[in-house]
Design a protein around this ligand. Structure first.
Ligand SMILES: Cc1cc2nc3c(=O)[nH]c(=O)nc-3n(C[C@H](O)[C@H](O)[C@H](O)COP(=O)(O)OP(=O)(O)OC[C@H]3O[C@@H](n4cnc5c(N)ncnc54)[C@H](O)[C@@H]3O)c2cc1C
Ligand SMILES: NC(=O)c1ccc[n+]([C@@H]2O[C@H](COP(=O)([O-])OP(=O)(O)OC[C@H]3O[C@@H](n4cnc5c(N)ncnc54)[C@H](O)[C@@H]3O)[C@@H](O)[C@H]2O)c1
Length: 633
């Protein structure tokens, strides 16, 4: 059941959409999620893997703030791995292979139980405004539905075209209707739309591959989870497990609905497998390039540079005679395997030859071909940091619509947009995250400041403060924002606050206690020295607190220098530029800089300095002018 008036409407049930709807409803405002098919909410259209390098930081930040992607991955995971373990803690990332069938089942159960949230199957064809403000949407099936704020999360569906070889079908992803009308509505309001493309590999039958020719990739034990909830449950399970038999263990935990808790998270992991392409594979692709949608001229949009199609890899890295192919199960009871690394838009017969040339896949049965998809995206420089559009008040855009790729990038934006839409209804200051406190801040600032002309994905190298933006300290660095937002349960907030205080107190203590002429802090900074090796350590501290103390003390010198850089950056961010500032008045500004500044309208000098085409001397000129005009220091 749905009504015809809501506080917030969210359009789209992808990862941006469910996070937006949950954030909004959890802040207590009446929310409606409209999507083409509610049974497909939370679908993982490509690899059911969440996290990986830098993306895992986004998921952890969502968990700290009260988002759902991390928990949902933990509770439906079939394989858990920590990547980059040979590198420092700042770039270590976890990656969870989820069960493709159960991931959406669980998220739908979470949505179904959420107060203040209704869900409606329909297609939105238009947005409606009253003056400069959004007032609702028009749907094909139910006509007009009114709302004070609207969040659009339509992913790859706007004028979506599925492409296989020379075939092009109007679909939002394979087997799902595309959204044709909404782009026209956006055009009318002046939104700048462009075309991007992405792709997916063929799927193969799990009983048709020769595992003996591939290298096994087992999961890690203990499993690296994203969420505090799963970590706590795992710890409790293992303590209790020693006392009692595992029979009935699931019953010990509060299980609201069967879909919410399919198994004890982290148990009974399933391995992935590693194989490689070879010269034969590359030759097959090279000989058939003209038949691929991408190289035969059917695709206009720009593809994902950093997770390219196999055709792209052969053309752009022609010197390499082999590429990794990770063969990954799509679920416990799912017959499909996902050959990660073979995304393509070649005709079906060529896909078959290409797959059969790979060791272990000689007799692979292809269940579904790979394909490319092309869709409209909207220029994200037309958004504020809250993800509200600059053209229509109380209208928000989030997810792949803003030019990103990835579940994690979509979910992070959805959460920020949903929370801000609710704040617009409730009243109160905007919820934004800065580059120096989070990867979510980096993602959004990059999008709204620089825009993108290719699908944007997160990397650790995009952050200038990655030493302090670690996954392990996420609950402490986002603590104040989390508390203010009010989505996370108060008992969790108190627990994190208490742990933060213990970490600080112990770091301080270690610098003041001396042993053999050295402070305990100095001792801990010695290579291969752990907290537990210290004399006078505190045995009652939890593993979580000890881990933080070790990192904070061992890397203290680097962290201090980074904090100084953050303070310097913050001083620039504190210098606000009035929203109606007249750049034409600053005659000494170069023409290019003036045009770029007029287009982006940065909120402060820090953001101005990150606009491409605006150089440091332009920022100095601007700073002096603003100081003179506004009397800011
Ligand atoms: C073929 C393919 C391969 C991909 N490969 C990967 C990958 O390996 N890993 C990865 O992380 N990402 C991959 N992506 C991208 C990933 O799916 C997206 O980045 C992510 O799902 C985007 O989330 P979203 O919420 O923005 O949109 P989507 O997940 O696309 O969801 C859009 C939602 O909006 C609804 N909708 C659209 N238009 C309307 C309308 N007018 N009215 C009502 N509802 C509407 C749809 O029904 C859908 O629920 C791939 C995508 C595709 C299609
Ligand atoms: N079309 C799209 O929009 C699209 C398509 C593909 C990927 N993506 C995005 O990019 C990401 C995939 O890109 P990626 O190349 O970084 O892959 P990934 O995140 O799946 O893997 C990152 C690295 O992890 C390692 N790895 C991968 N699978 C592994 C496994 N099963 N076991 C052990 N190690 C493994 C590899 O070293 C790999 O380079 C996705 O998570 C998605 O967000 C988007």
């Amino acid at each position: 059941m749905y009504k015809t008036l809501y506080d917030v409407i969210v359009v789209g049930g992808g990862h941006a959409g469910y996070e937006a709807a949950l954030a909004s409803a959890r802040m207590g405002v009446n929310t409606l999620l409209i999507t083409l098919n509610k049974k497909l909410i939370g679908r993982l259209p490509c690899n059911p893997a969440v996290g990986g390098i830098a993306k895992s930081h986004l998921v952890s930040e969502l968990d700290a703030l009260g988002g759902e992607l991390g928990r949902n991955s933990d509770y439906t995971g079939i394989q858990y791995r920590m990547l980059n373990t040979r590198k420092g803690p700042a770039v270590q990332s976890n990656r969870i292979q989820c069960d493709k069938d159960l991931f959406p089942v669980r998220i739908q159960a979470v949505l179904g139980m959420q107060k203040h949230l209704d869900i409606h199957d329909d297609i939105v064809t238009e947005i409606r405004t009253k003056g400069s403000k959004i007032c609702g949407v028009t749907t094909r099936g139910s006509g007009d539905i009114d709302a004070s704020a609207v969040v659009i999360c339509t992913g790859t569906f706007l004028r979506g075209r599925v492409l296989i070889g020379m075939k092009s079908i109007n679909e939002g992803r394979m087997g799902e209707e595309s959204a044709e009308e909404l782009s026209t509505s956006f055009d009318r309001f002046g939104f700048e739309l462009g075309r991007l493309k992405t792709g997916t590999p063929p799927r193969i039958h799990r009983d048709s591959v020769d595992y003996s020719k591939m290298e096994i990739q087992p999961g890690d034990n203990p499993p690296p989870f994203f969420s505090r909830m799963a970590r706590k449950e795992w710890k409790m399970f293992h303590v209790e497990h020693q006392k009692e038999s595992s029979i009935g263990m699931n019953a010990m935990f509060h299980v609201e609905q069967p879909g919410m808790h399919p198994w004890m998270p982290g148990t009974d992991q399933i391995p992935c497998w590693l194989t490689h392409t070879n010269e034969n594979t590359h030759q097959i692709i090279a000989e058939n390039l003209k038949k691929s949608a991408m190289y035969g001229g059917l695709v206009e949009g720009t593809g994902v540079r950093y997770c390219p199609s196999i055709e792209d890899k052969i053309v752009k890295f022609s010197g390499r005679d082999s590429h990794h192919v990770f063969v990954e199960p799509e679920g416990r009871n799912n017959i499909r395997l996902y050959p990660n690394g073979t995304s393509n838009s070649l005709p079906e017969d060529v896909q078959g030859q290409m797959i059969h040339s790979i060791h272990g896949l000689e007799n692979a049965e292809i269940i579904r071909p790979g394909y490319a998809i092309e869709y409209d995206y909207s220029n994200p420089t037309q958004l504020f940091h809250t993800l509200e559009t600059k053209l229509v008040e109380n209208l928000f855009f989030a997810g792949q619509l803003n030019g990103t790729t990835g579940y994690e990038e979509a979910a992070a934006q959805g959460f920020v947009a949903g929370a801000n839409a609710a704040i617009k209804v409730l009243g109160g200051g905007p919820f934004t995250l800065s580059r120096s406190e989070s990867y979510i801040g980096v993602l959004i600032d990059d999008l709204v400041t620089k825009g993108t002309d290719e699908p944007y994905r997160m990397f650790t190298s995009r952050s200038e403060h990655r030493l302090t933006l670690r996954q392990d300290n996420v609950y402490y660095r986002l603590f104040e924002k989390t508390k203010k937002l009010g989505i996370v349960d108060i008992s969790e907030i108190e627990e994190i606050s208490d742990q933060g205080k213990q970490i600080q107190a112990e770091c301080d203590r270690l610098e003041t206690i001396y042993f053999d002429g050295k402070s305990l802090g100095q001792m801990l900074r010695q290579p291969n020295f752990s907290y537990k090796d210290l004399p006078h350590n505190v045995s009652s501290l939890s593993d979580e607190v000890i881990k933080q103390v070790e990192i904070e003390v061992k890397y203290a010198g680097y962290i201090k220098r980074e904090k100084e850089r953050i303070d310097a950056a913050r001083r620039k961010e504190d210098q606000h530029i009035p929203s109606d500032f007249d750049y034409d008045n600053v005659k000494s500004l170069r023409y290019e800089a003036r045009e770029k500044l007029k287009n982006i309208r940065p909120e402060n000098l820090g953001q101005a300095s990150r606009i491409s085409g605006v150089n440091p001397s332009d920022v100095s000129i601007l700073m002096m002018f603003i100081k003179r005009e506004t009397g800011q220091n």
